[in-house]
Design a protein around this ligand. Sequence first.
Ligand code: NAI
Ligand code: MG
Length: 350
Amino acid sequence: KIYNIAVIRGDGIGPEIVDEAIKVLDSVCAKENFELRYEDYLMGGVAYDFKGTPLPDETIEGCLKSDAVLFGAIGGQKWDTLPREFRPETGLLKLRKSLGLFANLRPTSVFDELLDASTLKPEVLKGVDLFVVRELTGGIYFGEPRANDGFTGYNTMIYTKPEIERIAHVAFESAMKRRKEVCSVDKANVLEVSQLWRDTVNEVAKEYPEVTLTHMYVDNAAMQLVRNPRQFDVILTGNIFGDILSDEASMISGSIGLLPSASIGGKVGLFEPIHGSAPDIAGQGIANPLATILSASMMLRFALGEIKAADRIESAIKKVLQDGYRTKDLANYGAKEVCSTTQMGSIIAD
Ligand code: NAI
Ligand code: MG
């Protein structure tokens, strides 16, 4: 079987981590008898530099005709002073919108292999297994009107009922395959849009009588994630709250360099680490490639249906962590040997 993968390396550490994911993918497909054909596309700062736009049309077209998109990260200081339409982040937001990727799935679990480390607390973290379902193409990121005239700046946090319904269905369906609990996170005590969110989620919940639904304000959720993250199964939330809470949740696992994500809802899924382009460490060969390798594994599982290959990658990662290999971000988490980005990729591939 042959699958076509659109590859977007992007900026900063993007190219470094995507190379390692491809190394690992090539190693599993040799074992599992399928073939991946990669086609490179530009997005972000690098696309602006070469094509004058952060999201060239051929990138959208290329993604649409592929079976899945594997993406690194975009952004960097070099492009931060450009007008917003030329900024790398605008390219990514437009790509998500163009591909119809309204649901962003972010699993967070804790590798037992990292739990012995002094900085993690096993009594709080052992067995954490939560799943953030973040709405990705609406909310304050896209709401109009928006403006900044140098004196007044504003954005609009807007959700329509159908937008809330469809993301709520994704959360309830995810919960049905897990522990059957959904915690919907909002700020309904203050925001009108959150009250609509809450009412709508309550309505959708009636279609899933087996699932237990609770609601939590976002400020409390931020606190509960640190205090007792084991209480959560599926967290359902909007675009900006989900962005913030999932970065917070990443530290439960030890490093933001560990967490993968899948963006789905359209014809083609996009798989990327939750972190950004980490300009502070780009080019040094120290970035943790595991989040991207795990994203590649989600791609095999959810987009291509190559479950055995995905399982292989995940057990290879466990084994490598068990053996004490760590990138620099996890050096204090029981490392026997601190290795570079490329070494980590090669060990997992082997
Ligand atoms: P970031 O996630 O790039 O970095 C935050 C911190 O985590 C940094 O200290 C970085 O070194 C560290 N880090 C991130 N990934 C790592 C990895 N794989 N291994 C080891 N350490 C890692 O977020 P930041 O610094 O706020 O943003 C940098 C740029 O990335 C900005 O231009 C931002 O707009 C962009 N960005 C892009 C995203 C994307 O492409 N999906 C998502 C978030 C930010
Ligand atoms: Mg983020």
